[in-house]
Design a protein around this ligand. Structure first.
Ligand code: LFR
Length: 497
């Protein structure tokens, strides 16, 4: 069979890449053609994404991905991190750079909304856990600040939709990315007008919703000329990176938990219907849409963010380490000395993370990690213990204990983290593919193009195309003990009245 080529642009919160996918018979291969950093920009008190730069990188990637190819590229799709959006005016101009979800102002907007609609109500109306990053809160705050800029023909587009718009001229919001906003009806591809009217959000802001795997249109003539790529389709695949990553999990059984680990770690299970109990709310689980119309019940916590920020801080202090060096240092540090709660709010905004980590260890009466190796070890062990905690909670809220953990995303490179996770969780970790978001993005393009029939078809392709690494649990006794300590400090204490 002749190969069918597509381009997948996957923007993470820390870095982006453009990948060329080739489907030949039942085998998918990925070739990374362009990779670039994605650094937030602080401007006065505000934190932004540099959209124009990101669009430039996208174009670079498209050029590199088509250069020298004798076969045509059939389509392109973009997936990105969740919740963030841009506004465009009636002429299609971008109304300023999209705000970053880590902007500290969103906390206030959330409080203002919660004064109007309670947390419980928001949770049951949207299925989405109220968290300050949600588009709903961001938008509420933004509209108050710049009400005059919003006209009847102003439109909101989530990050991937924004890229798709400037590639194709078509305005639409794709379902999986919209499902991170808190603005849809629970588990449905339908804007929540009830919520909009209660919060005075103009319905006119919201364009039509499209399903994952939809051909939106064609690359504009201007871009075909500028980039010399030849014509291609612009597709809404799974536009949320997490939805795309889950589409590329080579699961052969249904009782699995997944961890998509990058800057964030998203851990959960795939289900037919959302979990909306008081317990799942209290434990911090949210429900987002999958590419096949199911639900992902998951916890959205910090992943490698802590490590990334520590690395940046050490760089500022003129101590530059590669990730490999950091892990090497961690491997020589003593095990199970101190733990942090990686998802704690104190770690949310950028800054001197090593200091915050020491601070948290100290306030919890633990030994304070001093060396770089000790800090890195503390982060990785804490992440693994948090995964174990989440696994237990998933069992509590769904009644089923997952038999394995599928881990995908950049975190898979971190072999120490994978092994720690298996050790802490007491179940095997099946790790890979690393570029799950890009792979899932490609697969849904093939579904849109009619090259593949369905998601289960797509998952089989992943199983036959990538060899996973399997980690079996080790050192169960000392990890069990560590888990007890972690729970004592960060879980049980909080449950006491
Ligand atoms: C992961 C992710 C999460 C989302 C977070 C913030 O990259 O998409 O799913 O909640 O970014 O947008």
């Amino acid at each position: 069979a002749k190969a069918a080529y597509v381009l997948a642009a996957d923007f993470g919160a820390g870095s982006g890449r453009v990948v060329r996918g080739a489907l030949e018979g039942r085998k998918l291969t990925l070739k990374e053609v362009h990779r670039f950093p994605n650094d937030p920009v602080q401007l006065r008190a505000e934190l932004y994404w540099d959209f124009l730069r990101l669009f430039h990188e996208l174009k670079q990637g498209m050029q590199k991905g088509t250069e020298g190819m004798s076969s045509p590229i059939q389509s392109i799709a973009v997936d990105t991190w969740g919740v963030d959006y841009g506004l465009v005016d009636g002429a299609g101009r971008l109304l300023g750079n999209p705000r970053h979800y880590r902007d500290t102002r969103h906390a206030r907007s959330m409080n203002d909304v919660l004064a109007m609609v309670s947390e419980q109500e928001l949770y049951s109306m949207s299925g989405v856990l109220p968290q300050q990053i949600n588009s709903l809160f961001q938008l509420f705050g933004e509209l108050r600040e710049r009400a005059a800029d919003v006209r009847p023909d102003t439109r909101l587009l989530f990050m991937p939709d924004l890229f798709h718009y400037y590639l194709s001229g078509e305005q639409a919001c794709e379902y999986t990315i919209a499902s991170t906003s808190g603005l849809l009806h629970t588990g449905e591809a339908r804007w929540n007008e009830v919520l909009m009217s209660r919060l005075d959000l103009p319905e006119s802001l919201f364009p039509r919703l499209v399903q994952p795997g939809t051909v939106l249109g064609e690359l504009t003539g201007d871009l075909v000329q500028e980039l010399r790529t030849g014509p291609m389709n612009v597709v809404s695949a799974g536009s949320h990176d997490t939805a795309s990553a889950l589409a590329a999990i080579p699961a052969t059984q249904s009782d699995f938990a997944f961890i998509s680990c990058g800057t964030w770690s998203l851990m959960g299970v795939e289900r037919e219907s959302p979990v909306l109990s008081d317990l799942s709310h209290k434990l911090g689980f949210t429900n987002e849409g999958t590419v096949s119309g199911k639900v992902r019940t998951l916890k959205n916590r910090s992943g490698l963010w802590l490590l990334q920020e520590c690395k940046r801080q050490w760089q500022r202090e003129n101590r530059c380490y590669s990730y490999q060096e950091l892990i090497q240092l961690a491997s020589t540090a003593t095990a199970h000395q101190s733990f942090v709660s990686p998802g704690d709010d104190v770690f949310m905004s950028p800054g001197d993370m090593p200091a915050r980590i020491r601070q948290q260890c100290q306030s919890a009466g633990q030994s304070v990690p001093g060396t770089v190796g000790e800090i890195v070890r503390c982060i990785l062990e804490s992440l693994a213990l948090e995964f174990r905690q989440t696994l237990d909670e998933l069992e509590q809220i769904t009644g089923t204990k997952p038999a394995v953990i599928h881990m995908v995303g950049g975190g898979v490179h971190n072999r120490m983290l994978c092994q720690f996770t298996a050790n802490a969780a007491g179940v095997p970790v099946i790790a890979g593919p690393v570029e799950a978001s890009a792979a899932g993005n490609c697969l849904m393009q093939y579904v849109a193009l009619g090259e593949l029939g369905s998601l289960s078809d797509a998952r089989e392709i992943i199983g036959g195309s990538f060899e996973p690494d399997i980690y079996t649990p080790e050192q169960q006794d000392c990890w069990q003990e560590a888990y007890g300590t972690y729970q004592q400090i960060y879980v049980l204490k909080q449950q006491q009245p």
